[in-house]
Design a protein. Structure first.
Length: 152
């Protein structure tokens, strides 16, 4: 496929299986991936470029949460005065890897499904208040003590 036939959302993709390329999209020497056309955003730049106003606000709030403190998905939506917990969760699922994602949790303080070990390690590093589980191991974040209100 030529650069002229490429849609905006297809920037930075792998070359076509047929091997057809235009002169503006030569293959790189390693891994068979094509080089970006001039002016095309790098994969690292693309997500930020695609961020809407709401997503940027969510990430700004997450970056402001101090170590050892947390906010729930709903807390962030309420603080912003728009969206809801699911929308905040979607933003973090798409673009949250570069921010302190472990500081945004469920309203009940439960650990994030699939990320329990990584989050727990961060909570320990930061001294986040935890409530013991049934077996004495940390079970959930103590929301009463760890919740951050966006100001203090």
């Amino acid at each position: 496929m030529t650069a002229a036939g490429k849609g905006e959302g297809e920037a930075g993709g792998a070359p076509e299986a047929s091997g057809e390329h235009s002169m503006s999209e030569p293959e790189a020497s390693e891994g068979g991936m094509r080089r970006r056309a001039r002016g095309e955003p790098s994969p690292a730049e693309s997500p930020r470029a695609e961020l809407g106003d709401f997503a940027a606000k969510v990430l700004d709030v997450v970056e402001a949460i101090p170590p050892g403190r947390v906010m729930s998905y709903g807390d962030i939506a309420e603080y912003l005065g728009e969206g809801g917990p699911r929308q905040v969760g979607r933003v973090l699922a798409l673009w949250g890897g570069g921010v302190a994602w472990w500081r945004v949790i469920h309203n009940d303080g439960s650990l994030l499904d699939g990320h329990e070990r990584a989050a727990l390690a961060r909570y320990r590093e930061e001294g986040t208040p935890m409530r013991p589980g049934a077996d004495g191991a940390p079970g959930r974040v103590d929301m009463r003590r760890a919740r951050w209100n966006g100001r203090t």
